[in-house]
Ligand binder design. Structure first.
Ligand SMILES: C[S@@+](CC[C@H](N)C(=O)[O-])C[C@H]1O[C@@H](n2cnc3c(N)ncnc32)[C@H](O)[C@@H]1O
Length: 152
């Protein structure tokens, strides 16, 4: 990831974490990005090691703390929507206001029930979800959403 100082990659599944690690090793090249791979379960708050790591990377007096959260195909069941959005919201709140973004990519139709649950969670956290690219399965176009806090 050229130009990215630090990338934290997470999952709660040990097998997925092993795949992430081998992908990093295969694609590392000559980049200077620091990668950290950790187990993180949505809906359980932000673990203390994240805050520690962030304060190590971002100087205490810095107000330029840009956080980009990336996710693909995470909305596949109604049950996981609330924990996912709660974790994303906690990360967005932990960074400098209005300077962070969650980019969510979906390659399949999530269906009405998951969409309703997603909309409710986004609203109750006071987040905004902008649809940047609509899903078009026939054309193999993925849906892209920008999820962020309101700009004050
Ligand atoms: C459908 S897969 C998508 C994986 C990958 N982003 C991709 O596009 O191939 C969903 C991922 O979310 C992870 N996941 C599901 N529930 C989770 C939870 N409660 N906390 C953390 N990760 C979770 C799964 O282990 C899985 O890796």
């Amino acid at each position: 990831m050229n130009g990215v100082e630090y990338a934290l990659m997470t999952d709660y599944d040990p097998g997925a974490l092993e795949i992430i690690k081998s992908n990093i090793n295969m694609n590392r090249g000559h980049q200077k990005t620091i990668y950290q791979v950790e187990m993180l379960e949505w809906g359980t708050g932000i673990p203390s090691w994240v805050a520690k790591e962030m304060s190590r990377i971002v100087p205490a007096d810095s107000n330029v703390y840009n956080m980009l959260i990336l996710g693909t195909d995470l909305l596949y069941s109604v049950d996981i929507v609330a924990p996912l959005i709660s974790t994303v919201n906690a990360f967005l709140l932990s960074a400098t206001e209005n300077k962070s973004l969650f980019i969510l990519v979906s390659s399949f139709d999530i269906g009405e029930n998951i969409q309703t649950q997603f909309d409710q969670c986004i609203n109750s956290c006071g987040l905004i979800a902008d649809e940047i690219v609509p899903l078009d399965v026939a054309q193999k176009v993925c849906r892209i959403q920008y999820i962020h806090r309101p700009i004050s």
